[in-house]
Design a protein. Sequence first.
Lengths: 530, 336
Amino acid sequence: MKHFAALFAALDGSTKTGAKTAALADYFRTAPEADRVWTVALLTGRRPKRAVTATELRLWAAQAAGIPDWLFEESYAVAGDLAETIALLLPPPVTSTDLALDQAIRGLIQLTGQPAEMRRAAVLAAWAGLPPTERFLYNKLLTGGFRMGVARGLVTRALAEATGVEDAILAHRLMGSWDPSRLTFQALIAGDAGADARPYPFALASPLEGEPDTLGPPQDWLAEWKWDGIRGQLITRPGAFALWSRGEELITDRFPDLAPLADFLPQGTVIDGEILAWNAADGRPLPFAALQKRIGRKTVPKALLAEAPARILAYDLLEEGGRDLRTQPLSLRRARLTAILSALPPDLPLALSPAIDFPDWASLAQTRAQARNAAAEGVMLKRAGSPYTGGRKRGDWWKWKLDPFCVDAVLLYAQAGHGRRANLFTDFTFGVRDGNELVAFTKAYSGLTDAEFAQITRWVQSHTLERFGPVRKVPAELVFEIGFEGIQPSPRHKSGLALRFPRMLRWRHDKTVADIDTLDSLRALFQAER
Amino acid sequence: MADPVLTFTERGIYCPLGDFYIDPWRPVPRALITHGHSDHARSGMGRYLATDQALPVIRHRLGPITAEGVAYGEARQIGGARVSFHPAGHVPGSAQIRVEVAGEVWTVSGDYKTEADGLAEPFEPVRSHAFISECTFGLPIFRWEPQPAVIARIADWWHANAAQGKTSILGAYSFGKAQRLLAALPPLGPILTHAAVEDMTQVLRDQGYPLPPTTRVTPEVTAKTHPGALAIAPPAALGSAWAARLGQVEEAFVSGWMALRGIRRRRALGTGFVLSDHADWPGLNDAIRATGAERVFVTHGYTAPFRHWLESEGYDAGIVETQFTGDDAEPAQVTE
């Protein structure tokens, strides 16, 4: 893994995009071919199946390091990363193995499903022979989550530099499912495998800060609701019917209620839209929580299919009759999409995401204010003349979300974060007042500056009342404004409520625990939303 | 039972029979100081006692004070206590303080490291009944590489930067770490210093510590006048206007905390070199064992888990709370 370790060191040791791209491009030119394919796979979020559970790893590592389990857990809480904790805890290597990345991953694939004793022996042998950085990377292969601080765009740019194939074409060829254990680097770059069901890179919107007047004449723009579902790309091609999530997960089988679409959509059609759980009686989406019940399940029981039937609201057409439409203007793509949809039987779970008519920006602002009535999060603005560009290209696609709900709440528990936030208290549990008691009602992790997190960390360290493993109980003194997008009843939560996208909006230095909101005021928000 | 040799008060560690404090954080009549870092040597004490080697830095930092120096190993009688100072290996002049009352010996480690760094007087274990140990890095994830390996890596980095026409800037604590680097690095090119580092270096140079020549960064000093230079500056100067004047630069931070990738990434500096003036996990355990002490008090660092660990190893262990850090290390602000 020498090449891969050197690449990792170069990427991790730099914050400059130029230096990272150069290091990657150099790697794609010089590393062993089989390793390159795995590296592309890892950097684009594909990972080998887990051969070992996290529990097994903790156990074996503590034994190998000769420390008790509780000390392993204390160490993990400080390092904030399992792979790193293990790499740091193990005694220095006794032998020196030169294990290629390809070899290491194939070894792990073969271990899958083997008896624990055999897997343990293989992992211990690898640990004993790898230098620290390689050991850390090997552990990352074992634990899955691979983040090297490299955005997808940077990977394709470096590949383009190394191979001479155009950036946008490569971005498309890397999409969808391909098996790094069976593909050569040449075949990957040439886009040979998996073309039938391959999705296009998703176009992403940027948040619109402030008012839309700055965008120019309203007639240049198409507006529609911003739905709160999952983004999906639906593909019907000869021999392929596929539904992809934005995270490039193939989710066709999780939505059997969408399967009839395969029989009715013309071959060579690719639709970009939102998958929603649908309330047919009201003709509007169910809350996200209803869809969430379905997302995690590979097979969906009948009762759930009836309770939360899926529907796609389509907003863009990327391919028609096998022809790539992405360079055509949005207005034309919408017209073609409308034509295709209007030719379908009326009871299919697929419909157009309707355009919102607005003569001027003020009228759109009024419509946006009604988004919650439409079970939407706000409105989307897309430039009518724009092509469909993969990735987040500022200027053509904007999301103009509603202002969040907000409540003032008090910090009750704090826990250290992971990764970049290791060793810093960043994961908080907040409470509101319920009579004379404080009731925990949400967790939140984001929204404050590094300086504020550092300040709170010092405060937590000197005000800890009780420790429950990595969690610290603190006096109910610090008040924060918590923002969230939605609120739902939830029997699973002690407070009886679940929030959507909770985060900290502000640290309210000016408020004390006497000023915080009550559980009743939260319930009132829920009633109002319903 | 007789009075304990040392007690833990809100002003700091106190010896009732000698009526003195060790590294107190509030003004007291008589203070024994382990070393010159500002969280150990504070202003406002009636009288100071420190090693002869530590005093110049303390005087430089605190201005006019009433202070007396003592040689390493030289015993002094203070009231009913016999005290002596022994090398701690932390920074030049740093000491552990041994306090003996009626045959019972307690030793306060101050800050220490067990690896000889070529500049600070090397750590010497002191046989004791009770040992009060820092534990800044008191978890088994902290294990230092030998100094020569780290220095070689820093030298390679400097060399590579110079070859690209860049100035290398090392962020390092201005007293201790900075001079340790100066003494250990090979002479690959000119070495520049930030004013805070240069002042401290000159104090130590005047004492006779072997330190190479350096150039203080002034407005006249640029990448043109000193191509391929290495600059040493306090961590706060990294990424600042001070660094910008040195042309195209590469910056790196030198600290034990750089062992943790999360902290390295949070500082967004990219490069970090793991080199500490505090003992690592094996160092702490070896040092404690070498004292022969049965009672160990831990302070400054991961005190809760480290105490738990020592108890499981059969020690009678306790925690000494310090004023500023509660029961945790302070990695939110890396100052080591």
